[in-house]
Write a protein that binds this ligand. Structure first.
Ligand code: HEC
Length: 132
């Protein structure tokens, strides 16, 4: 069957226009920039990324390399392809809540146990890390 050009052309034009005028979306796979975080993003996954770079809260980048930041902390392992580093989101949550359970002498702070971060904040960080 032949589709008439008159029908396909407008469709292609719309598609191209959509591509050109698509609103900027957050590219997961990297940490958000401080400027993005200043806009107070409503997406909880981006909020998780903002906690990771926040110097007063997670500050994970002080010790971990995470794509998208200029920080290059190397106290702990670089965090990328996190889904292959840990076996589940639950294990990742536990690592952030209380890494001392797994490694009693770790340099990583027990963010949940010591109330540096709330359960809700750690969940957001886990969801963000699951994208990188
Ligand atoms: C003071 C340094 C420090 C900070 C801050 C820190 N970490 Fe860590 N992290 C480490 C070290 C060291 C390890 C290596 C394993 C261990 O000792 O537990 C580690 C291990 C990990 C692992 C496990 C990697 C694996 O191979 O299983 C994850 C995930 C992780 N950190 C996430 C985070 C997140 C998320 C934050 C921020 C909320 C954070 N870390 C903040 C030092 C730190």
């Amino acid at each position: 069957m032949r589709i008439p050009v008159s029908a396909t052309l407008p469709a292609i034009m719309c598609l191209l226009a959509g591509l050109i005028y698509a609103p900027p979306t957050f590219a997961l796979g990297r940490a958000p920039s401080p400027a993005e975080c200043k806009t107070k993003p409503s997406n909880p996954v981006i909020q998780g990324g903002c906690l990771v770079i926040n110097k007063r809260l997670g500050n994970c980048v002080a010790c971990h390399v995470i794509a998208g930041t200029s920080m290059d902390g190397n106290v702990g392992p670089a965090l990328h392809d996190v889904q292959h580093m840990v076996s589940s989101k639950q294990v990742l949550f536990e690592q952030i809540w209380d890494p001392e359970k797994r490694a009693p002498n770790t340099a990583m702070p027990p963010f949940g146990k010591n109330r540096i971060l709330t359960r809700q904040q750690i969940t957001k960080i886990v969801d963000f890390l699951w994208t990188i």
